[in-house]
Ligand binder design. Structure first.
Ligand code: 1PW
Length: 215
């Protein structure tokens, strides 16, 4: 059985994973990107059953990427850059409409990439929030500004309900598992720019190859 301590979310751990994501040439290692997401899944799992459908999708997307990494084509999936090149060169991506590659690495990572923007906006709001600010409002505003536009009505409604169930700010800071509120704010101050950098690099790469609207 997994050690329950290993299941506990820790913001610092997620920060370390996203830090290890970037190579000196600013390539993004998929293995560490996925580790970062595995850490975030622990957060989602600690937020109660209404977050179950969100966590499930994140798990399934990370699993798809892990499977590519473990496959015989694994070396091509070492970085986001090499994955994009490999899948495009070998026509392994459904570009205009869903076809024979509904779970390509490129479209799967794009979903996580969009969600990362949500997370980044939410954590930035959390970092600059005041004691009485509502986590549900911060989370909803971040979602409406980013991921919501890519989701169906049903998912938007379910997400909205889940946000209402978020713990209040002091309890949410506890969940972050890094110490005092000041320490949480401090770690968030390091995490947000890092997430932002990983997001920007991916965004530019996807833009360059016209991959931002993959079905
Ligand atoms: C407390 C804040 C935590 C933020 C973590 C962000 C997790 C984001 C996962 C959102 C998943 C929502 C439910 C699933 C929706 C899918 O339909 C959708 N996936 C995503 C990641 O947007 C699109 O994937 P699909 O259906 O095209 O395979």
């Amino acid at each position: 059985m997994a050690d329950s301590e290993n299941q506990k979310f820790c913001l610092q751990e997620v920060l370390e994973s996203f830090k290890s994501c970037l190579s000196p040439e600013k390539e993004i290692y998929i293995e560490h990107y996925v580790s970062g997401w595995k850490g975030l899944v622990k957060l989602l799992n600690s937020l109660g059953s209404l977050f179950g459908f969100i966590s499930k999708d994140a798990v399934s997307k990370t699993q798809i990427l892990m499977n590519f990494l473990k496959s015989e084509n694994g070396p091509h999936y070492a970085t986001v850059q090499s994955m994009v090149k490999f899948e495009l060169d070998n026509k392994l991506v459904d570009v205009d409409k869903k076809g024979i590659y509904p779970e390509s690495g490129c479209r799967t990572l794009l979903r996580l990439h969009r969600a990362l923007r949500w997370l980044q906006l939410f954590l930035e709001r959390l970092r600059t929030s005041k004691e009485d600010d509502k986590t549900s409002v911060m989370c909803r505003d971040a979602y409406n500004e980013s991921l919501a536009q890519h989701h169906t009505w049903l998912i938007r409604k379910s997400a909205g309900m889940a946000f209402y169930s978020l713990p209040v700010r002091p309890a949410f800071f506890e969940v972050m598992n890094v110490g005092t509120p000041e320490q949480v704010v401090d770690v968030l101050g390091k995490a947000v720019p890092l997430l932002c950098e990983v997001y920007q690099i991916t965004e530019e790469l996807y833009q360059k190859h016209n991959l931002l609207d993959l079905p």
